[in-house]
Write a new protein. Structure first.
Length: 319
């Protein structure tokens, strides 16, 4: 196992390097100007613009700029934002808690809902209850998150006024009252994310358990006198969890990238909003850092999925 992990990590290094090259080249040839409004301001002389480009390192060739960025990254330095001149790492750390809070709460809720519903649907396969759960799941993953978000905002915020529809970026949690306010403003984005993810996980769990139910070891366990609950909890769920755990590990990076739309709809000051704002401003260091973090998440959780697969199923030999 350890040798396999080391080999995968060695393969991950050139993969991440290739991803960084692609991202950097795309940003370098993009039509956006990192100087922003200064590039079109008639009161700024060409000499001043040139000095600004030189101070930002934009006058160097693309290859030199890339290796400067890569060397700084290897030292744990993401550089400085072109817009705010703040360290990129500080900007990311400011936005990361909001993203982790919404994504973590939404995904945890989706797992807690999908596991019993998917199991119940598989056990009652072919019945009216299975049809009802499957229909709800189909509706859940068919509706895009931006549509569901706008619909919930219209109903629960505009019409009923139960919860706020804009995520406050100035809220500071220092007591129970402010924590409750944080929960209230998180209800809609968490519900949207949970609805979509529950539908996906529930269908996957249902399929995994339905494939295990007719297996010989299940009939043997019943023949030995084991209760249905014991057979389901100990034997079926363990084997059915192999593809489900793999899906969970592979799905987490997509949550971060998928939060781009969710954060735009509810104005959540998270990583996705930071990436979109930086792209619009041509803030290359921030875009590079956030994109590279997403790439690292994909590589790490792919490795984690393979390791978990081998740990849950001893028949799998990682080599």
């Amino acid at each position: 196992m350890l040798r396999y992990v080391c080999r995968r990590l060695l393969v991950a290094i050139p993969t991440l390097l290739a991803i960084s090259v692609v991202i950097f080249v795309l940003l370098a040839i993009a039509p956006t100007n990192p100087l922003g409004e200064l590039a079109t301001n008639p009161s700024i002389t060409p000499e001043v613009r040139e000095n600004l480009r030189r101070s930002l390192g934009l006058d160097d060739p693309v290859l030199i700029r890339y290796f400067k960025w890569l060397w700084a990254l290897m030292q744990g330095n993401f550089g400085y934002s072109f817009g705010s001149r703040s360290p990129v790492s500080e900007l990311i750390l400011q936005r990361l808690p909001a993203t982790l809070w919404v994504i973590g709460a939404g995904y945890l809720l989706s797992v807690l809902l999908a596991l019993p519903l998917g199991t119940l649907s598989a056990i009652k396969k072919g019945t009216g209850l299975d049809w009802l759960i499957s229909t709800l799941a189909f509706v859940g993953f068919s509706l895009p998150t931006f549509f569901t978000g706008l619909l919930l905002i219209l109903i629960f915020s505009v019409q009923l006024g139960w919860v706020p529809f804009i995520y406050s970026s100035t809220l500071v949690v220092n007591n129970w009252s402010s924590f409750w306010e944080l929960v209230r403003q998180s209800i809609l984005p968490v519900a949207v994310l949970a609805l979509f993810q529950t539908a996906i996980l529930m269908r996957f769990i249902r399929s995994a358990i339905a494939e295990e139910l007719p297996q010989d070891y299940v009939r043997t366990a019943h023949a030995k006198g084991l209760s249905r609950t014991r057979v389901l909890g100990i034997h079926i769920l363990r084997n059915a969890s192999i593809p489900v755990v793999t899906l969970l590990a592979l799905d987490i990076p997509s949550l971060f990238t998928g939060s781009l739309v969710l954060e735009q709809v509810f104005r959540i000051p998270g990583m996705g909003a930071l990436l979109i704002d930086s792209i619009n401003r041509g803030d290359t260091p921030v875009v590079m850092a956030v994109s590279f973090i997403y790439a690292i998440l994909v590589v790490v959780f792919n490795l984690l999925a393979d390791v978990l697969y081998g740990w849950l199923d001893p028949r799998v030999r990682l080599g």
